[in-house]
Design a protein around this ligand. Sequence first.
Ligand code: BF8
Length: 505
Amino acid sequence: MPDEIPQTKEKKFLKQRLEKLPCQVGLHSHCCKHCLMGPCILTNSNDVGVCGANQDVIASRNLLRFTAAGASCHTGHALHLMEFLNKEFPNNYIEKKAPKYLIKLWKKLGLMPKVKFEHFKEISEALHASTLGTNADYQDILSKTVKLGIIDGYLGLYLATELEDKAFGKPKIRQGKINLGVIKPEKVNIAVHGHEPAFAEALAKEALKKENKDINLVGVCCTGASLLARHGIPLASNVVFQEEVIATGSIDSLVVDFQCILPSLVDLAECYKTTIITTNPIAKISGTTYLPVSTPNDAKRIAKQIIKISRDNFKKRNKDIKIEQKEVDAVIGFNENLAKELSIKLKNKEIKGIIAVIGCKNPRVKESWLPIFKKLSENYIILTSGCMAFEFGSAGMLDGKRIFHLGSCVNNSRIAEIFNRIAKLHKKKITDMPFIVSAPAPMTEKCVAIGFFFASLGVDVHFGYPMMITSDTNMEDFLRTVLKEHFESRIFLETDPEKFMEEIK
Ligand code: BF8
């Protein structure tokens, strides 16, 4: 691990647009757009909307909708995979995967989807409950949000990871390369970006063939993290540097599936003569080439087609380009015994606990979190995934000894499973173990849904940016205290890295 953590690199393009400040009312989630008497803006704690809804009701409804959207992304990811792989939806999946004592608790609290596909009804019910004139009990609304967390975790993260592992193989420990420097101007560069790696897997298979030595396949965001973990395909960027990937001027085509793909890429691609190819009907983007992939046969055929498009683009582009950023070596993955090994370390008091550092890299977060996690890694093991794993990687901190890269965001189920196995080995509940989840820079609805999933398991969850809750509100109080009573966990906001460290030390 380096002594000095390198400074965060410039996000040239995003930076200009970030100058536009976020709406301060929206940031506190005190605006309501759910009916046409509004939109209503509640600027002080005694205000109510035209319908009479107060700040707590409005903020909790917003949070429920936010989480429902996050859960729909992960369950949709699993559904798309099942359709692609022609698999049947499993029966009683949550019962098969979750610890028995939690199933008992969730059933008692009325939080379990009962029949096949009922989780999609739950997502739709969340919209119903949060519409004008339906649920106006903020604590009940927040309980429904935890229910969506359970759905997100099992019928999204767990199911998607299981399907991917069965179809494309389980990741192993390997050396990987991370950063923009993995793009090679002298090669035909194809970048894959998004979340659902079914097509990217077919493209990787093709790109790795002997006759395609001129092709350099690189990843962006979670599709990239998934290929890095399974095949060692280099990872160029997380969500915040995706524009810089194209702006290297060396990407011949960028292939996207769905989620976290910035619409701004289209104009940039035009400037740099990159072909953007969309592959999923749920994520068409105007101004791009649409090559739909819905079966493994489509994937094979279109992978070859994309290689041809990229080679044609390569002939026309300038190869005399320097990419400033160097590639960084990283240890990726984990072995099957990780839970056992960590359990022994805990028993022997070699470590104080395990911190899962997960989620996005919201460019609004100005605080520097890596130095704090570096300090904490002296006493804690860190498991990381998604965009935060890229942050650790590009700073040279993924050593596979104290900090482990566990994969994409749906692979957060691996973290949940490690928590579950360690707790079992200690004959304790998950909530009684020294585990914590931190999302220091949350950005997407998905990240919030994942937070509620871990809270439903009994793990304390930290957010480093106001994710629809702000300090000293009833909402925060409920998530900090009442949640503890029912779900044996808390969700808390702490934007100051030093205070966070003090809190868990
Ligand atoms: O699922 S961490 S910004 S890339 S949502 Fe998106 Fe957030 Fe990155 Fe992957 Ni996860």
